[in-house]
Design a protein around this ligand. Structure first.
Ligand code: UT7
Length: 328
């Protein structure tokens, strides 16, 4: 059976930045509150003519270039997103057109855990022999789905995209993936309008159901409870323990969540990747953005063991344990 290895990581951030000072002018908040409660200083916002497929295509093309893989070699494209360009066609198809890919392409919806679910799907496709080269992208433009009068959500989210090129390999890359979901927590974080349950309507707009609604403190409690559990499950299935982890790369939702999780796992802060201050919570893009920062900072080396861990709406959660085999 072939292994699934990561050849390259890359990311893309829109140019425009939204600082905490900008938000102070929109809602009753302060830079001090946002930094101390979340760790976020600024986030990036897509230009008016940019949509999720544009960000996805830019990150995907950058990852292919870094891997030295031609578009024609890609035989599967998965785009994890919660903010697709439209309900259909899939954002993956729109991004594929922009990158010049002609392969099966689909969107994966698992909210902020989407990137881990996508790694799981890509790994299965490669290990089964069905695909050889898979492009996995996480892209979100959540600022289009936020109520900028709701200080509980507008301070958190930013736009961005990140991508991995994965390929069949003789050397082990992805060692284990553990995923979970519990729909009983569906109401804690959702965007209700625009689907079949609540189509777009004047009433839906009047109720603000076209915006993200979140019970922040309950999601926080779920995250700090569930991430250590799923990380340990994925490590156990990989035959490893927390001591083997070179880098813990958690979904970047709140620096306090990351710190609590690291403490509960007994992983020192020096081995935890933090990439929230300049990008905010970018949902499906947050893990590859953090990984790309590690890579471009020269801190990712062949043989490093990565614990990539996500959580989000659904509720969903997941962890992927990976040995880095890509370029240094
Ligand atoms: O991506 C995956 C999904 N999302 C998450 O993982 C988010 C998880 N949750 C969080 O990150 C945090 O819950 C938040 C950052 C959203 C909120 O932080 P918190 O420490 O849980 O605050 P809270 O909601 O418990 O509110 C504490 C206080 C309240 O005031 P009172 O009632 O104590 O007077 C809020 O009204 O802070 C107030 N508050 C704010 N104050 C200034 C809430 N948001 C703000 C704000 N600026 N932006």
């Amino acid at each position: 059976m072939p292994h699934a290895a990561i050849l390259a990581v890359a990311s893309y951030l829109p140019e425009r930045r939204l600082t905490n000072a900008d938000l102070e002018r929109l809602v009753d908040t302060s830079d001090e509150w946002i930094v101390s409660r979340t760790g976020i200083c600024e986030r990036h916002v897509a230009a008016p003519d940019e949509s999720t497929s544009d960000l996805a295509a830019k990150a995907g093309a950058a990852a292919l270039a870094r891997a030295g893989v031609a578009p024609a070699e890609v035989d599967l494209l998965i785009v994890a997103t919660s903010s697709p360009d439209m309900l259909f066609p899939a954002t993956a198809c729109l991004a594929a057109r922009k990158m010049g890919l002609s392969c099966p392409a689909f969107d994966l919806s698992a909210a902020c855990t989407g990137f881990i679910y996508a790694i799981g799907q890509a790994t299965s496709a490669i290990e089964s022999g069905r695909s050889r080269t898979v492009l996995v992208i996480g892209a979100d433009v959540l600022t289009r789905l936020i109520d900028f009068t709701d200080r509980g959500t507008c301070i958190l989210f930013g736009d961005g995209a990140g991508a991995l090129v994965m390929r069949a390999s003789e050397k082990p890359g992805v060692l284990g993936v553990h995923l979970g979901a519990d729909g009983s927590g569906a109401d804690l974080l959702s965007l209700r309008a625009g689907g079949s349950a609540r189509p777009c309507s004047v009433e839906a707009l009047r109720d603000g159901d076209n915006f993200i609604k979140m019970n922040g403190s309950e999601v926080f409690k779920f995250a700090v409870r569930q991430i250590p559990i799923v990380t340990r499950q994925a490590l156990q299935e990989s035959g490893l323990t927390v001591d083997d982890v070179t880098w813990l790369v958690p979904h970047q939702a709140n620096t306090r969540i990351t710190a609590t999780v690291a403490e509960r796992l007994g992983i020192p802060a020096a081995r935890v990747v933090e990439r929230i201050a300049d990008v905010g919570n970018t949902s499906t893009a947050s893990i590859p953005l953090a990984l790309d920062a590690l890579y471009t900072g020269g801190n990712l080396h062949a043989g490093d063991v990565l614990a990539l861990v996500g959580f989000g709406a659904g509720l969903t959660w997941g962890a992927a344990i990976v040995t880095w085999t890509g370029e240094e």
